[in-house]
Write a protein of this length. Structure first.
Lengths: 553, 99
């Protein structure tokens, strides 16, 4: 009678004992080979003995030696399977220990069965800070739960495979080939679709694989790796390059058929091909900037893609840009990339000024099918409706959670959300996710009613609205974020550059001008990405910005 | 029918198979893998370990019996050839003497 493996069982795993078994098996295997060697030295038949009986004896001797060879091979398979088992047990134990560390870092702990115990938090008197602490606790509980869940799943998958292989090793009619490793455990089902905590499961799964298993997953199943939040950016990049290569040929052919002026019916085909061209062009740039491809999905109405400016895995500061209405890779990716190369440089200057030598990376998150002009004003995909924002908010939360989950130390993370992207961000911030600083700019309204609802620390929600940009005045999607209590309203009009006496930052006039080089809004966004809240320039009409408190316990 | 044999070589070979059987005496995969059930408790593998031990015992016994059988057959063949030689020698031992 067997039962489901649990955390308690994993805690009792003793991989060293399995390796000792492997060692004993190897010693015994050498004995079997010694027996075969002794039998092989019996060579009278054919040399000192000739005749029919000698022929029969020779066959019987060969059969006996072959039997020993077979036993030796089967023992080799058994030892190899057990070696793989020991590695997996180590991985499962490491996931349990990681979960314990994550809990401990927040003053919590896990019991023998893996249930998380969170200590009681006394109210601080600041509801925003209390909500922020609550959010961090919820995030921790999710991450610990996913980490332990994945440890249990990997252990169960391993159990099934090991049991099957051990049986095969002794009972299959022909001795199986010696496996180099166990098969790669497939990724967790909950990590494939948009769930904010799916990234934690993916990260745990990835950590459970050996280096060679990861390599096999990337080359043999790039679709398992490329789109999955929670996997390190470089690994996703490698897998996405394979996926991109698979798409390139058919896309070029489709583009050739569509012609230079696309027909209405061929627009999606044309956009797909042009998106791939745009990504190829970015990745081919040789300007000394690291770029990573974190998503390419051409299966929907609008191509989804995520690229980076800088190395997400190593950067101390990661800003994620969420585009708005009508953004599409084939139309916008090159432009965003150009702008963000400059903004990253600006943010790096700001970090260096403070003695922070951490790198800055920017993710261009076109990971949702933004509403397009062709969607009209009445369909569920219309920019006037929030259906698309609601539907894809989980994916944004999953992406940013994945950045932390894939790393050993979390990065300072910021969100730059423009226009309809701020609507998506408003919904995402209500999911279980962590964000250090947020900037909503050119926002047509938000579903957020308070900073506490976003789970942000006090002062971390920033809003930019150019006086001449009509979109922030529409309130199409709820409250004007400038009206949220405790929000920091940052400048988008002309201002003197901090630390300079004769450098004036320009005003952003139009809805699409916030990222323009040399503007106050660009400077503010760079300060947010760099974690330099002290460098933010307030809107002229606003009072001086309150300092942001230190991170919550 | 024609044959050529060195009966002592057969007896020597039989000894080598005996040596092979003795080499297998210390081989007990079932006992060797048994600790896996404690090291990886609670699942299908732990439950199957005992059964696998029995299967390994059968397989090793088969190998051991196969070797022993060949060894015994060789010994028997060597002894038989020696006996034939003895009988044949005895049969022809006085054939040149006058009655």
């Amino acid at each position: 009678m067997t039962r489901q493996l649990g955390v308690r069982d994993i805690r009792a795993f003793r991989p060293a004992l399995v390796l000792e078994v492997v060692h004993r098996l190897e010693i015994q295997r050498r004995r079997v080979m010694g027996a075969a060697d002794a039998a092989l030295r019996a060579r009278a038949a054919g040399r000192e003995w000739r005749g029919r009986a000698a022929t029969s004896a020779s066959q019987a001797q060969s059969g006996a030696v072959a039997l020993l060879g077979d036993v030796s091979a089967r023992m080799g398979v058994t030892a190899s399977v057990l070696r793989g088992l020991a590695a997996r047990m180590e991985a499962c134990l490491e996931l349990v220990h990681r979960a314990e560390r994550i809990a401990r870092d927040r003053g919590a702990w896990t019991d023998a069965d893996g249930l998380v115990q969170v200590p009681h938090r006394f109210p601080t008197g600041d509801p925003t800070m209390d909500a922020h602490v609550g959010r961090l606790d919820a995030l921790m509980v999710n991450e610990v739960g996913r980490c332990l869940g994945e440890a249990v799943r990997v252990a169960a998958e391993t159990d099934v495979e090991v049991q099957r292989r051990l049986r095969g090793a002794v009972a299959d009619p022909v001795a199986p080939a010696v496996p180099d490793e166990l098969g790669v455990v497939p990724p967790p089902p909950e990590g494939g679709v948009g769930r904010p905590d799916g990234a934690f499961a993916n990260a745990a799964w990835w950590r459970s694989l050996t280096v060679s298993e990861r390599r096999r997953a990337i080359t043999q199943h790039p679709d398992w790796v490329g789109p999955r939040d929670g996997i390190p950016a470089w690994d996703r990049h490698q897998a996405n390059l394979i996926l991109l290569a698979r798409l390139r040929g058919p896309a070029r052919e489709a583009l050739r058929r569509a012609g230079s002026i696309p027909q209405r019916t061929a627009i999606p085909t044309w956009e797909r091909a042009k998106s791939i061209e745009a990504i190829d062009a970015l990745l081919a740039k040789r300007d000394g900037v690291t770029r990573q491809l974190l998503l390419i999905d051409v299966s929907g109405l609008v191509v989804r893609a995520i690229t980076t400016v800088g190395d997400i895995d190593r950067a101390g500061h990661v800003a994620t840009y969420v585009g708005g209405f009508s953004t599409r890779p084939e139309r916008d990716l090159r432009d965003y990339d150009d702008r963000f190369v400059g903004m990253r440089r600006l943010a790096l200057t700001q970090t260096r000024e403070e003695g922070d030598d951490g790198d800055v990376a920017i993710a261009i998150w076109l990971g949702y099918p933004a509403p397009q002009g062709r969607d009209g004003g009445f369909s569920s995909r219309s920019v006037l409706r929030d259906d698309t924002a609601r539907a894809w908010a989980d994916d944004l939360a999953s992406f940013t959670n994945g950045i932390d989950a894939s790393r050993d130390a979390p990065a300072h993370q910021a969100l730059w959300a423009h226009s309809y992207g701020s609507v998506v961000t408003g919904f995402a911030l209500q999911q279980v996710m962590r964000m250090d600083d947020v900037a909503l700019f050119g926002s047509p309204g938000t579903s957020l009613g308070s900073v506490a609802q976003a789970g942000l620390k006090p002062g971390a929600l920033n809003v930019l609205a150019a006086p001449t940009d009509p979109v922030p005045m529409t309130d199409w999607h709820g409250l004007d974020p400038r009206e949220i209590p405790g929000v920091a309203t940052l400048g988008a009009t002309a201002a003197l550059k901090p630390g300079a006496t004769n450098v004036v930052l320009r005003e952003s006039f139009l809805h699409g001008d916030y990222l323009d080089e040399g503007t106050t809004s660009e400077y503010n966004l760079a300060a947010i990405a760099a974690g330099r809240s002290d460098q933010r320039l307030p809107a002229q009409s606003d009072r001086p910005l309150a300092p942001i408190p230190p991170p919550a316990p | 029918m024609r044959f050529e044999v060195e009966p002592d070589a057969l007896v020597r070979d039989s000894g080598r198979f005996g040596e092979a059987v003795r080499a297998l005496d210390g081989v007990d995969v079932g006992s060797a893998v048994a600790p896996v059930a404690q090291a990886f408790p609670g699942g299908l593998t732990a439950a199957a370990i005992r059964e696998l031990g029995v299967a390994w015992g059968d397989r090793l016994l088969r190998a051991r019996l196969g070797l022993a059988r060949v060894g015994m057959d060789l010994a028997a063949a060597g002894e038989s050839y020696a006996a034939v030689e003895q009988v044949a020698r005895r049969a022809v031992s006085g054939s040149g003497d006058l009655p």
